[in-house]
Each structure stands twice: as C-alpha cells, then as structure tokens.
Ligand binder design. Structure first.
Ligand code: B4P
Length: 183
C-alpha cells in the first residue's frame, strides 16, 4: 500500500499515520519528523529547516524532495509506505510521481483529513511544540490553503476524504473503512 496523508496542520496526520502504518505493516515516513530528527542531531539540513519551521513556512522543495528521495530508497519502503506531510506543494507532488514512476509504481490512495481551523488551533495549542504558537499556526494554515489544497484536485482520481473530528480510534476506523471501500 502506497499512501499519502494530506490535511491542515494539526489535522492528526501524524497520529493516524502511526496507527495505520502498524495496521498495514508499512513504514511511516513523516517529513516533519525527519526535519525534527535532523534538528535534534544539528545536521546542516536540520539547521536550514529550523528557520522555516519556526516561521510556519514550508522548507524549500529541493531540500524536502532530496530528503524524501533518500528515505524512499531505504529497503523497507519497497513494500509500501505512508507518507505523512509530503507532498505539500505541486512541485513535490510532481517529484514524487516521477520518483515512483522510476520504480514502476504509483500511489494507491491519498487520504484527506477534513477539519476546521478552530478545532486544529485548540489541538495544537494543547500540544505546545515550538512551532505551535497561535501566530505560527495561523501562518501554517494559510500556507496549507495556498500551497497544499491545489493537490486535492491533482489527486482527484485517488482521493479519499475523511472527517477528522472524533476520537483517534474512530478516525482510524474511518480511514480503514474508506480504503477498503476503494479497493
Ligand atoms: P508537520 O510535522 O507535518 O506537522 P503538522 O501538520 O502540524 O501535524 P499533524 O497534522 O501531523 O498533526 P498531529 O497528528 O501531530 O509539519 C511541521 C513543519 O515541518 C511544517 O510547518 C513545515 O515547516 C515543515 N514541513 C513538513 N513537511 C514539509 C514538506 N513536505 N515541505 C515543506 N516543509 C515541510 O496532531 C496534532 C495534535 O492534535 C496532537 O497534539 C495530537 O495529539 C492531537 N490530535 C490528533 N488527533 C486528534 C483527535 N482525533 N482528537 C483530538 N486531538 C487530536
């Protein structure tokens, strides 16, 4: 199964990706987590990403695509993956399609997490990560609307939309059911 999870910041992509990866027995690949791991290890990539993350901006496409290309080349990704937070721009979506085509594969489905801005602001303020201040969250929401929502049209032939308000368990069941109905 090759899946992409799309949704506004705080929609619960990371939370659901972890659970779905376990159910489907494929790796969970989160660009946010990869950037944060680089930041912790103080790599040049982490230092560069931090400026953007702290401002609620997207890390430049070249940097992000290179990091994902390397991760997808790891042997565990050959059996499938859940991409969480990537692609977020049209250029990233095109780069991903090209990468998959090189291996003769494509995405099976793109899951959209639908949730209102106010719900996610409350969730994220409760989490307290360094980029979870109200101003930065509002900027991330704007960036999502501007740069990432066009991908929903790009993926219209494989898009599965799920209501992301409810308990964590309910939402995992909704995604699993929606994917089963598609097959
Ligand atoms: P991400 O790490 O992807 O962060 P996110 O969108 O804020 O989080 P997510 O939707 O995964 O929410 P989560 O499950 O954690 O990105 C951070 C930054 O990295 C970006 O702003 C950007 O700078 C950079 N970046 C990442 N990918 C990039 C890319 N492709 N290109 C360029 N830059 C990129 O859940 C949020 C909170 O809600 C948690 O506290 C959770 O416990 C809670 N929650 C989850 N489900 C819930 C539920 N059902 N009910 C109540 N609370 C819930």
């Amino acid at each position: 199964m090759r899946l992409v999870l799309v949704g506004p910041p705080g929609a619960g992509k990371g939370t659901q990706a972890e659970r779905l990866a376990e159910r489907l027995d494929v790796p969970h690949i989160s660009t946010g987590d990869l950037f944060r791991a680089n930041l912790r290890d103080e790599t040049p990539l982490g230092v560069e990403a931090k400026r953007y993350m702290d401002a609620g901006e997207l890390v430049p496409d070249e940097v992000t695509v290179g990091m994902v290309r390397d991760r997808l080349a790891d042997p565990d990704a050959a059996k499938g993956f859940i991409l969480d937070g990537f692609p977020r721009t049209a250029a990233q979506a095109e780069a991903l399609a090209a990468l998959l085509a090189e291996n003769g594969t494509e995405l099976d489905a793109v899951v959209e997490f639908a949730v209102s801005d106010d719900v996610v602001v409350q969730r994220l303020l409760g989490r307290g990560r360094s980029d979870d201040t109200e101003d930065v969250i509002r900027r991330r929401q704007e960036v999502y609307r501007q740069d990432t929502t066009p991908l929903l049209d790009f993926y219209s032939d494989r898009l599965v939309s799920v209501d992301a308000v409810g308990s964590v368990e309910e939402i995992t069941d909704r995604v699993t059911d929606a994917l089963r109905d598609r097959r």
